[in-house]
Write a protein that binds this ligand. Structure first.
Ligand SMILES: Nc1ncnc2c1ncn2[C@@H]1O[C@H](COP(=O)(O)OP(=O)(O)OP(=O)(O)O)[C@@H](O)[C@H]1O
Ligand SMILES: [Mg+2]
Length: 308
């Protein structure tokens, strides 16, 4: 099994702002690769360079062995792209948008496929209305359906589920899984770590222009064990006293405190003993394994409440 995508020493600046500062990764044929990063970290910039929409300053990109910079025409027929912002024609109906793409791709037998996609994305009812009457989520779904019409071998999805309701998100995840089963290679960007955890064979975390960490979800998590202890209390006052004493991240809604323990027995014991000595009653305590979220926030810097 070879690589469907190869990226070597990629760099891109906008005036004097170096957005991508030498990134490297491969996507094995038939795998799902998720690029993670905060707003403005360069995910869309990377996708655009990989899909011939933006010229890199430096580096090499190969799609199915074809050079994206010099073999543009050939490369463009290898993949399909769903950009971050819906690219549907407002005047046409949903169905007409799909048919248009089918015709642009020189497909002949597309009627059934168009119907299937409209049904799968729950757009049958709205299919014959102009898309200017669609909600944001409906446009997003149509946009995704449009990129699936030609049965692409490689699919680029830039934040495919942003703005979708939970049901539509679940539908899309299901579709992505079945595309993978059919042998399609998928490169996606996402802000939802759960999405990466659910779908991706390999993830990469983009931070300050570089890839801070990449590997399978399991490998990435192993890299940073950060197990925590979650304690809950009866009321806000007890919670506040506990937080004052042992630190950690406070969740006011759940009246809970999350303390990093790195799974060290000594640390867990010390926290519990400290609370007991101060006569603070703990309602429940649970040990929590680190998630991809923990790893992500560790790397990009916790921009939330932060630990004390
Ligand atoms: N054409 C451009 N001209 C100047 N700066 C740009 C241009 N395109 C992107 N940038 C800058 O490059 C950085 C990365 O943008 P990019 O859109 O790639 O981020 P992103 O990771 O996709 O963010 P988001 O999660 O918000 O979609 C940002 O600081 C952005 O302002
Ligand atoms: Mg983006």
């Amino acid at each position: 099994m070879g690589n469907a995508i190869e990226v070597v020493d990629l760099e891109k600046s906008f005036s004097d702002h170096k957005v991508i500062d030498g990134i490297n990764f491969n996507v094995a044929s038939g795998n799902i690769f998720a690029l993670l990063g905060t707003n403005g970290s360069g995910k869309t910039t990377t996708v655009k360079m990989m899909t011939t929409l933006l010229k890199p300053d430096k580096g090499e990109i190969k799609i199915d062995g074809l050079d994206v910079l010099t073999q543009i025409g050939e490369v463009q027929s290898e993949f399909s792209l769903t950009g971050q912002f819906a690219a549907v024609d407002e005047v046409l109906t949903g169905r007409e948008n799909l048919v248009l793409i089918a015709k642009l791709r020189h497909l002949t037998d597309y009627k059934q496929k168009v119907d299937e996609l409209l049904t799968e994305f729950d757009l049958q009812e709205a299919a014959d209305r102009p898309t200017q009457t669609y909600s944001g989520g409906m446009r997003r779904k149509l946009d995704l359906a449009m990129s699936l019409i030609g049965a692409p071998r490689i699919l680029f999805l830039d934040e495919p589920t942003t703005g979708l309701d939970p049901q539509a998100r679940a539908t899309l995840w299901q579709m992505i899984r079945s595309l993978k089963k059919a042998g399609v290679t998928i490169f996606l960007t996402t802000q939802y770590l759960e999405e990466a955890e659910q779908l991706a064979d390999t993830v990469a975390i983009l931070n300050r222009g570089k890839i801070a960490l990449q590997g399978t979800v399991a490998e990435v998590k192993k890299h940073l064990p950060k197990e925590t202890l979650e304690l809950t209390f009866a009321d806000e006052e007890t919670l506040a006293r506990a937080a004052e004493l042992v630190g950690g991240k406070v969740n006011h809604e759940e009246l809970s405190l999350v303390v990093t323990t790195n799974n060290e027995v000594a640390r867990i014991t010390a926290v519990l003993a400290q609370l007991q000595e101060a006569n603070i009653t703990i309602l429940t305590f649970t040990q929590k394994q680190s998630t991809l979220d923990d790893v992500f926030f560790y790397i990009v810097g916790d921009q939330g409440e932060g630990e004390k």
